[in-house]
Design a binder for this molecule. Structure first.
Ligand code: ADP
Ligand code: MG
Length: 250
């Protein structure tokens, strides 16, 4: 089943096309990496998929249900109840963690399940502790974000996203704000999610990681999907812009 479908997405900023007719679909269980030069529209694509930005053209579907579409130049969404359902099926992990600085680690993770999803507090805290354990952070439950390293913060952010039980998890350059020695621990956690069959869309500059983890790789360039295929197909493609891009990592 297709969890996510983005069809002919267009997005402009100040009259400038940032996404120019982007189409992509993500199957349940699939891991898709998105690579491409800075400014090619990767973050905008994720922000449109998660409806942090409104699209200017095209349509977005989750599990076959329309989540956003454009009619007579206006973006449309289903009613509030359906939108709530749709929003609950995805999670987003940002480049800069976006943790609440005044909340403890445990509260960062448990807050939305308790207050947005209205789930039982005891159950949520129990699950949050299990997630922290999975992230190797069970001793940090009462710590505050400022007391953690960047890698630890990002692992808390991943736990927070997982606590909402999303069907699909989006990552926007989850390691690009980290020192190189902290990148590995976060990539390892993401890799462990892959082993659990969680559907993931990962924007990343970690080429080896993308090559190893992905079922499919998308190379974005100047607001379009320039290449798409298996890691072998994309990384081995005889494509000028792709080769230029990869050259920057050597
Ligand atoms: P990437 O994540 O691939 O580096 P982005 O999606 O962040 O690319 O940006 C694509 C283009 O859109 C860039 O030229 C950027 O300056 C522009 N852009 C992104 N967000 C905004 C915004 N909120 N307002 C104006 N321009 C934006
Ligand atoms: Mg970006």
């Amino acid at each position: 089943m297709k969890l996510l479908e983005m069809n002919h997405i267009k997005k402009e900023f100040d009259g400038l096309g940032v996404l120019k007719d982007i189409s992509l679909a993500v199957e349940e269980g699939e891991i898709v990496s998105i690579i491409g030069p800075s400014g090619s529209g990767k973050s905008t694509m994720l922000r449109c998929a998660t409806m942090l930005e409104e699209i200017d053209g095209g349509e977005i579907l989750y599990m076959g249900k329309k989540a956003a579409w454009v009619e007579n130049g206006k973006v449309m969404h289903p009613d509030k109840k359906e939108m709530k359902e749709i929003r609950s099926c995805f999670g987003l992990v940002f480049q800069n963690f976006n943790l609440f600085p005044h909340y403890s680690v445990l509260k960062n993770i448990a807050d939305a399940p308790i207050h947005v999803q209205k789930r039982d507090k005891g159950e949520v805290y129990k699950e949050a502790m299990e997630l922290l354990k999975k992230m190797g952070l069970e001793d940090k439950a009462d710590a505050y974000p400022y007391q953690l390293s960047g890698g630890q913060c990002q692992r808390v952010a991943i736990a927070r996203a997982l606590a909402l039980n999303p069907k699909i998890l989006f990552f926007d350059e989850p390691t690009s704000a980290l020192d190189p020695e902290l990148t590995g621990e976060v990539l390892k956690v993401i890799k462990s999610l892959a082993d659990l069959d969680i559907t993931m869309v990962i924007v990343t500059h970690e080429m080896e990681f993308a090559k190893n983890i992905s079922d499919r790789v998308i190379f974005m360039d100047k607001g379009v999907v320039a290449l798409e295929g298996t890691p072998e197909e994309v990384f081995g493609a005889d494509h000028t812009r792709m080769k230029e891009f990869l050259g920057k990592f050597h």
